[in-house]
Design a protein around this ligand. Structure first.
Ligand code: SAH
Length: 343
């Protein structure tokens, strides 16, 4: 157990069992959420307590293995080594509305999407709540840039690590911690329907993003194995329920793949299927992954697709690709690094 995965009431109970007053728990919680690397930095704590904490609950902060900064747009990508030697990636993007951190939720992924680098080696393990929090904390500390937004769109499927992700959200949102508003947090899923419903029942104010990437089962089945378990109509029905429960507009991510999902008929089918659901589309030209035969759509095809969606009443933005010069998309840096290590 890592102390930083505990909520303040849990920490308070633990300290009580040790015979320590509640204010000590709050002091420790505050220090941990400031990103101290050792208990010796907790200068307002008695030496004996620091010692006991060090022996019982080592902090285990991640180490920077690689740091790459884009010379084009200032995007920074970190590859971290976790205390068990596994590596995950975090990306800091600098938007005019605030610095946004894209964090990983798992080491690897078991969803098997055909275009994605994160899933090539399968799932190694799920991240603990503190390991997600540490990505936000130490990205902020190392870069010196204040983080105001978080997207759960790095390596892994957040809804396949449900309990730990929910606990992370609670921690990062806590007023005594980083105090990041739920409205500034976005969670992206490939479409685990029962978990979308479970999330809806919590009525959090986070944004839900769905990796759609296709207008029907035929296309989704070719590139996303998850669609065989939860076909598109079930997925969209869950999105409607999510909207009813939270009043939050659904964001759809759509990686544009040449000749596969970027045709006029695809846009029209999307419009039919999404009728009445408040939605926003992010069109992302596919990032080419070495191991995959899939190619990105042309600029022209992307623009045309956007026009068709907009004409049908769905807002659509073409996502600016940030960090294209630094392997900044999902799983690419981790993959490159582990290949180098085995050569
Ligand atoms: N597992 C979650 C979150 C992580 S992926 C999910 O599937 O939503 C974040 C986004 O990047 C997803 O929309 C994913 O489909 C997309 N993505 C993965 N590989 C990509 C690639 N090569 N090009 C463009 N988008 C990609």
């Amino acid at each position: 157990m890592n102390l930083k995965s505990q909520t303040l009431p849990e920490l308070t109970a633990l300290f009580k069992a040790w015979g320590e007053p509640a204010f000590r728990a709050k002091q420790v919680y505050t220090w941990l959420h400031k990103g101290v690397r050792t208990y010796s930095e907790m200068t307002n704590l008695p030496q004996a307590l620091r010692q006991r904490l060090e022996e019982s609950y080592p902090i285990c902060p991640p180490e920077v293995v690689r740091k790459q900064e884009s010379s084009r747009d200032g995007t920074i990508k970190y590859l971290w080594r976790l205390s068990d030697g596994n590596c995950v990636e975090t990306v800091l993007m600098r938007y005019n509305y605030g610095n946004t951190v894209c964090i990983s939720t798992e080491v690897g992924c078991r969803m098997g999407c055909a275009f994605c680098a994160s899933t090539l080696g399968g799932l190694v393990r799920r991240l603990e709540p503190f390991e997600m929090l540490d990505q936000v904390l130490f990205t902020q500390i190392d870069s010196g840039l204040p983080v105001s937004r978080i997207v759960l769109m790095g390596i892994g499927e957040p809804l396949d690590n449900f309990d730990n992700v929910l606990r992370f959200l609670e921690l990062v949102n806590s007023p005594e911690g980083m105090n990041i508003s739920m409205r500034h947090i976005s969670l992206s899923t490939c479409g685990l329907v029962p978990k979308i419903d479970e999330l809806a029942s919590r009525k959090l104010q986070i944004s839900l993003a769905i990796s759609l990437h296709g207008p029907n089962d035929e296309i989704r089945n070719q590139i996303m194995p998850v669609n065989r378990a939860y076909p598109i109509d079930e997925l969209l029905a869950a999105c409607r329920r999510y909207f009813e429960a939270t009043s939050r507009r659904i964001h759809f991510e759509y990686a544009m793949i040449d000749g596969l999902n970027d045709r006029e008929q695809d846009a029209k089918e999307l419009l039919r299927r999404l009728k009445g659901l408040p939605a926003h589309f992010n069109l992302i030209p596919l990032n080419h992954v070495e191991e995959s035969p899939l190619k990105p759509s042309s600029k022209k095809a992307v623009a045309r697709f956007q026009q068709l969606l907009e004409a049908g009443g769905i807002t659509a933005t073409v996502r600016r690709t940030l960090g294209g010069d630094i392997d900044a998309s999902c799983g690419q840096l981790r993959r490159k690094y582990s290949k180098e290590q085995t050569q």
